[in-house]
Every structure is written in C-alpha cells, then in structure tokens.
Design a protein around this ligand. Structure first.
Ligand code: HEC
Ligand code: HEC
Ligand code: HEC
Ligand code: HEC
Length: 450
C-alpha cells in the first residue's frame, strides 16, 4: 500500500516537473511564439480598461522599445558590438527579451526600427505581463518569465468575470519576483548589471512585505474596467520611476549643519551633510546604474554675495576616485561599436569637480568605466544609498582671510541625472534625457566675525 502510494506520488512529481520543463523561459524561449499569439494593448484599452491603458501609454513600459535613448543604445551600440564580438553576441536578441518581449519570443531579431511601426513597438504590453504565469529557476533575472499567451488573462483577484476573456487569479503577478524577471540582469560576463529586485530582497521593505507593486502600482478607489464595480484598491498602472521627476524629488532627505556657529576669516570650519533615503525600496540610484548620476553640491555665499564651492572631504575607501567628480575621460569602449580606433573617451562626469558622487562604477574588460552594461567585466565599489540608509559627508573648509563679516549661507543640493551630459551630447541623445533634477536641498548659516 505504502509503496503504491510512493510510486503514484513520485510519478505525479515526475509529471509535474516534466510539465515545468516543457515550459520555455529566458534564452530558450526565443522563437517559441508569434506576434499573433498576443493581443494589442489598444484593444484592451479601447472600451474596457480605458484608464489603465492611458496610464500605461504615459509610462516607460509602453516605450521600452521605442524611446529615443533605447533606440540609440540598441541600434548604434549593442547590435554593432554584438556583430563584432562573439563574447557579447547574445545581446542582439537578448535586449528584446525585456524591452520588446513579443519580438524576442517571435525571434524577430533585430526587430524593425521603431519608425516602421511594427508590433515590436508595443514594448512591455498588457498581454505580455498578463499572460506571464511564473518563472524558471531559483532567481528571477534575464527574462526567465514563463509566457503562456491565450484566452486566459492572469490578474490579482479571484472570481472576476470579463466579457472579453477568461480570468484567473495568480499569486505570481502579485510578487516582486514577477518584476524581477526583467529588473535583474546578468550580462555575458556573468556580472549583475541590474539588480533592483535583489537590492529590494536584501533591504527592509522585503522583510515588511512592501512589494514593488505597492510603490509603483499604488492602490486607489476606482474601477479596473469600464463595466466593473468600484473597488477600494484598484491597482494603478503608473510604473513611475526615473522618468517622473516627481518620483525622484524628495527621495533623499538632505540636512546640513556646521561644527561651530561663529568664525573669523582664516579659521577652519567643518560642515556635515546627512542624506537619508526615505523613499526607495531598493538602492538609489538603481536599475540602469551604469548611466545614472547622483551628486551632492555644496556652496557657501558670504555677506557680499561671493560664492565659494566646497569640495567633499575624502573618506579614503577603495575606489573612491569614482565617487568624486573629476576632470577625467571614460567610456573608451564606445569606440568598438562606433568604429573609432584608439578612442580617447569622453568626460566621465560633467559635474563640478570635487562634488561627491553616489554610484556603482561598471568596468569594461580593460578596467575602464563603461555605460555599455553588456560589456561590463567587473563592478567597482558600490557607493549608492541603500533603502533607509543614512550617509554622512563632511566638508572641512578654511574661510578665506578676506571674507567680509556677516552671515555666511551654506547650501547642500543633491542632484540627479539619468544620463551624464557628455554622453548624451556625444551620442546625440535628446538632452531631456540629461536634464538635472533636484532631489533635495538644505541651507544653514554661520556668522563671520569682523
Ligand atoms: C509590467 C507588467 C504589467 C503591464 C505592462 C500591465 N499590467 Fe496590469 N497588472 C500588473 C500587475 C503586477 C497587476 C497586479 C498588481 C497587484 O495586485 O499586486 C496588474 C493588475 C491589473 C488589473 C487588475 C487590477 C485590480 O486592481 O484588480 C487589470 C484589469 C490590468 N492589470 C489590466 C492591464 C491593462 C489593460 C494593461 C495595458 C494597458 C496592463 N494591465 C498592463 C502588471 C502589468
Ligand atoms: C517583461 C519585462 C518587464 C516586467 C515583467 C516588468 N518590467 Fe518594469 N520595465 C521593463 C523595461 C524594459 C523598462 C525600461 C523602459 C525603458 O526605459 O526603456 C522598465 C521600466 C520600469 C520602471 C521605470 C520607469 C521610468 O520612469 O524610468 C519602473 C518603475 C518599472 N519598470 C516597474 C516595474 C514593476 C513594479 C514591475 C512588476 C509589477 C515591472 N516593472 C515588471 C520591463 C519589465
Ligand atoms: C518603498 C517604495 C518602493 C519599493 C518597495 C520599490 N520602489 Fe522602485 N522606486 C521607488 C522610488 C521612490 C523611486 C524613484 C527614485 C529612484 O529612481 O530610485 C523608484 C525607482 C525605481 C525605478 C527607476 C530607477 C531608475 O534609475 O531608472 C525602477 C526601475 C524601480 N523603481 C523598480 C522597482 C522594482 C522592480 C521594485 C521591486 C523589486 C521596486 N522598484 C520597489 C520606490 C520603491
Ligand atoms: C533583463 C532585462 C533586460 C535586458 C536583457 C536589457 N534591459 Fe535595458 N532595461 C531593463 C530595465 C528593467 C530597464 C529600466 C531600469 C531602470 O529604469 O533603472 C532598462 C533600461 C534600459 C535603458 C535606459 C533607459 C533610460 O531610462 O535611461 C536602455 C538605453 C536600455 N535598457 C537598453 C538596453 C540594451 C541595449 C540592452 C541589450 C544590450 C538591454 N537594455 C537589455 C531591462 C533589460
């Protein structure tokens, strides 16, 4: 009896695992579907999910393939590089696994350029997400989601009836792992070049059960479709992040204070700046960390209006040279896809020399800083601001001997940029991608004695 049961049970397990094995995910899913397997977002949004559709069209999810900078990076850099260097050949198809999942699944590689208006432009569409049923492996990364397009759409609620399709409640779509299938990435060198989900998992929010959806798809009283009843917790489809200055603003609290309140010209003073990450569920910056720039600028203005720039005190940790803005060249590996032999590089930072930078340097096989994440052979020191972490910076400064008496006002400003300006200018990326967003600032005063 017992053996029969064990036999039955183990063959059941075998069946279950065979079934899971048949489901393709990640690289092996290339060419396993066609565009026709998926519905168009416009048909979801036409008369039923009107609001979610309009939110989605304003989010980066709907532009992951068509956005100007994505187009430039893929067609000008990644594709030519993949065609030259066998080590990174896989990214020609792979980029699309997350940016245009239908094109990847249909093996339409490289997809037609955005101007040709093909279905690749649908990017991360409604039907892509709502037919994902799980992921394969232990860690979600590199588009290892299982895609099962069809009449059944997976969502968060039980017992939902729709005139347009079947619905099924899914635990998976409500997890952070669901997002992690595209928000964690390992490059051809085996380096984690995107780890938003892993950062979240190690941080305080995962322990408290606060998921990605709770901050990027917030709940509100409303309808999830035109004919649906009002619910108190309709999941908004905002996916607001780096391209929403309002999401960036206030992410980090900034406070500055001096060690003395009165000083004479020629005397030394020390300011301390405290930066508290109160808003992000992962590190700041996260995701495309190879190209995000966060820097702290401190300036003093005396009673006569003279402006002094205060450089940050060195802390002396390994790799700190990347964390202090300098007049130095980087990104020499851009010369490979662009066919510029012995390319000297371009300015690394383009922000005031001496300012503190919060970043994770991505290094190419020659150890030079790169923004081509797929060409990253190692990472430098991680000096980003973790969730709920506070970082302190000090500024030791000698007041010039000729400073006038009166109030000295000292301001600390934390700035954010999606793409360093020298890179945007060099590659012809529209400059809005390099706009400077003020995250926060704070001011203190001291008195200069006569
Ligand atoms: C990036 C993936 C993604 C995309 C793209 C996406 N959704 Fe969703 N959607 C989700 C997730 C995740 C949830 C559930 C969140 C939760 O409850 O935790 C959800 C929930 C829903 C719900 C149920 C909401 C509720 O509160 O019950 C509907 C309806 C829906 N989505 C429709 C759409 C439509 C229509 C589109 C396209 C315009 C779309 N979704 C695009 C991920 C996505
Ligand atoms: C099928 C892949 C995929 C899945 C699943 C996915 N994303 Fe994304 N997401 C992307 C891509 C690709 C981008 C980058 C768009 C761009 O800038 O090109 C992105 C961008 C974003 C952004 C940044 C928007 C900005 O303003 O820069 C946020 C926030 C985000 N996703 C949240 C989520 C959340 C939350 C989930 C889970 C509910 C999720 N994503 C699931 C592929 C995905
Ligand atoms: C406690 C709230 C919170 C949680 C939880 C959270 N985020 Fe965020 N996220 C933010 C805030 C605030 C920002 C804007 C600041 C920034 O860019 O980091 C942001 C930014 C982002 C960005 C844009 C980053 C960039 O530089 O382009 C992405 C992508 C993103 N989040 C994805 C996720 C994913 C995926 C998860 C879950 C694994 C998640 N977030 C969990 C608050 C949160
Ligand atoms: C594992 C999924 C995944 C793969 C593979 C992937 N990306 Fe992304 N990519 C994302 C996500 C998610 C974001 C948004 C992260 C963020 O906003 O911080 C992103 C952001 C970007 C951005 C930045 C857009 C911006 O907001 O500034 C560019 C450009 C880009 N990817 C191009 C590429 C190229 C080119 C490749 C192939 C070499 C590639 N991606 C491979 C998921 C992926």
């Amino acid at each position: 009896m017992k053996t029969t049961f064990t036999l039955m049970f183990s063959s059941f397990l075998l069946l279950v695992s065979l079934n899971a094995q048949e489901k393709k995910a990640g690289g092996e899913a290339l060419g396993s579907r066609s565009y026709d397997d998926f519905e168009k977002p416009a048909s979801c949004g036409k008369s039923c999910h009107v609001d979610f559709y309009q939110q989605w069209t304003q989010a980066m999810m709907s532009q992951a393939y068509t956005h100007h900078w994505d187009e430039i990076e893929y067609f000008k850099l990644a594709v030519p590089h993949a065609e030259k260097d066998p080590k990174v050949a896989e990214v020609k198809a792979g980029c699309n696994g997350c940016h245009s999942p239908m094109a990847f699944l249909a093996n339409d590689v490289p997809p037609p350029k955005p101007e040709l208006n093909s279905r690749a432009n649908e990017s991360v569409s409604c039907d892509v997400c709502h037919t994902i049923t799980g992921f394969k492996g232990d860690v979600p990364y590199n588009f290892n989601y299982i895609s099962e397009p069809g009449k059944t759409k997976y969502g968060p609620r039980e017992g939902v009836v729709s005139p347009a399709h079947k619905t099924q409640a899914s635990e998976f779509i409500q997890t952070a792992e669901f997002c992690g299938t595209c928000h964690n990435e390992k490059d051809p060198y085996g380096v984690w070049v995107k780890s938003t989900h892993l950062e979240w998992k190690e941080g305080p929010y995962a322990k408290e059960g606060v998921r990605c959806q709770d901050c990027h798809m917030t709940k509100a009283q409303g309808q999830v479709a035109q004919l649906a009843p009002q619910v108190p917790d309709a999941r908004q489809h905002l996916f607001h992040g780096a391209h929403d200055p309002g999401k960036i603003r206030g992410t980090i609290e900034v406070r500055i204070h001096p060690d003395i309140r009165e000083l004479e010209p020629g005397e030394r003073i020390r300011f301390t700046v405290a930066l508290f990450n109160q808003k992000t569920g992962h590190k700041f910056p996260t995701g495309s960390a190879e190209e995000r720039l966060v820097w702290l600028h401190v300036e003093a203005i005396d009673a006569k209006g003279n402006v002094y720039h205060l450089p940050v005190d060195k802390k002396g940790f390994k790799g700190e040279e990347y964390m202090i803005a300098a007049n130095t060249l980087a990104y020499q590996d851009l010369g490979i896809p662009l066919d510029i032999p012995d390319f000297k590089g371009i300015q690394r930072d383009g922000v005031p020399v001496g300012d503190r930078i919060y970043r994770l340097p991505y290094l190419d096989p020659q150890g030079r800083m790169t923004i081509m994440q797929w060409n990253t052979a190692s990472l430098g020191t991680d000096y980003r601001i973790g969730p709920r972490e506070t970082k302190l910076e000090t500024y030791t400064w000698t007041l010039p001997a000729n400073a006038p008496p009166g109030l000295l006002t000292v301001k600390a400003t934390l700035n954010y940029q999606k793409l360093p300006l020298p890179v945007a200018e060099f590659l012809g990326v529209p400059l809005e991608e390099a706009e400077i967003i003020e995250v926060n600032s704070h001011t203190t005063t001291v008195t200069v004695l006569p």
